[in-house]
Design a protein around this ligand. Sequence first.
Ligand code: SF4
Length: 510
Amino acid sequence: MSNDIYLYNRIMGKHGDFNMWFVFPGPESFALSSLGYMWLFKAIDSEEGVNVERVYDDLKTTDIMFSDVNLIAFSISFDFDYLSVFKFFEKYNIPFLSNDRGEDYPLIYAGGPVITSNPEPYKNFFDFFVIGDGEDVNTEAINLCIKNKNLSKNEKLKILSETNGVYVPNFSRTVVKATKKLSECIYTPVISENSFFKNTFIVEVERGCANRCGFCLASYINLPIRFVPYEEIIYAIDLGLKYTNKLALLGAQVTAHPDFEKICRYIHSKIKGGENIELGVSSLRVDSFKKEIVQTLVDAGQKNLTLAIEAGSERLRKLINKNLSEKQIFEALDVAVDCGLKGIKFYGMLGLPTETVEDIQEIINLASKIKSKYKGFDVSFGFSTFVPKAHTPFQWFGREDEKSLEKKSNFLKKELHKLGIQSTVTSPKWDYYQAVLSRGDSKLTEFLIKVYEYGGKLGAYRRAAKDLNLNLDYYATENYSYDKELPWDFIEMTPGKEFLIKESKRLLEG
Ligand code: SF4
């Protein structure tokens, strides 16, 4: 029996004549911890006349029968989520290609950051896509589907293609990304002990990041940065704390909120008043490591924090637009130690454009200085390898080749190990395929189906590419010229391609 707490007035026993499955391509625990997915679920669930069910990878049976479903929505957050989508299609005998699904099938659509960035590798699997912030577009699209329920599939899609933020591969020419004004606060609508972040109430403080690091999708697809009004955040915090003591503040750059210190002060005053609050924040920027903020986090039970420095050398940090000096890193560490934090995990990236062995050596030098200055303080490093993402200034840069990345990764891990520092590096092989997907196009349709059929592991990618004689380096490692037409150019978003070209050149010139 589930003890889930719904923080909105749920209309129980709703018998709408429009039935929806809202699918999360992963287990229930991840779905319950995904703020975006759960907030959209709440919005759909609050629509009169819509009967919506959450569907996960590990759900045994659904309450709504497939034959009664009118519309299926997928929330896609990660490049490899398509494998779960195919598994779902197979489970319910749904043809993989949208053009093979006749009038007997419900419309199937997808949204999420991966889709907003570049839906082209998936364009033949879905009937339509939501591009950008899903809150309003999603509801509008659902209402259009309800209103036109009796029209043919093509007629419905034609109408949908005229909606801002909706991309219908068969009809749309250009699509303007939907951007939501954050006048209300988005928070966990269902507190659950089954969530990956058990009983945690998550509050979105801001959306996007003004720093605009050259590789950063989270920043570029969410421009301009938007802040939730202070009063809305406080209202949400008070609401959540009635039901749980676990609170998390979410955003790509939470500390950029103009009232962030005031928010911390509010939470701190509650802690000082005797409330037992456990507070977490997503990764902090080093230059926003202020005593008041860190002390609030420590007093709220936080023992370790994650700091994204992205690159080891000041040269490379400047090149990627992360203008962060070593002095600032040490000032942040002083604050961390003073406030009683037990440790810090640094996050960085290998294989960034122009990276040399000297830049890698700088990471080791930095780690060594930190280790000898802060004895007993727990320091660790986590790295991923550079993946070019659509709609960023680095979208034209290919990845470094796999062997060279493996070499850098092994060298780094070995040297950090010698210093007694734990480190992890994501697999350059998997990151290569992530790059294939992130700069992919519709020519990957057959390839993706084959990868799934071959089991979805690394060997499956190699085998499928060989079968189809596909040159995957074209997507992952080739540098593109600035005048090349890119598969995702038809999506219009701020600040636009001209700006990205200028910014890319500016960053590269240093
Ligand atoms: S600071 Fe972090 S979130 Fe902001 S643009 Fe850079 S990498 Fe992205």
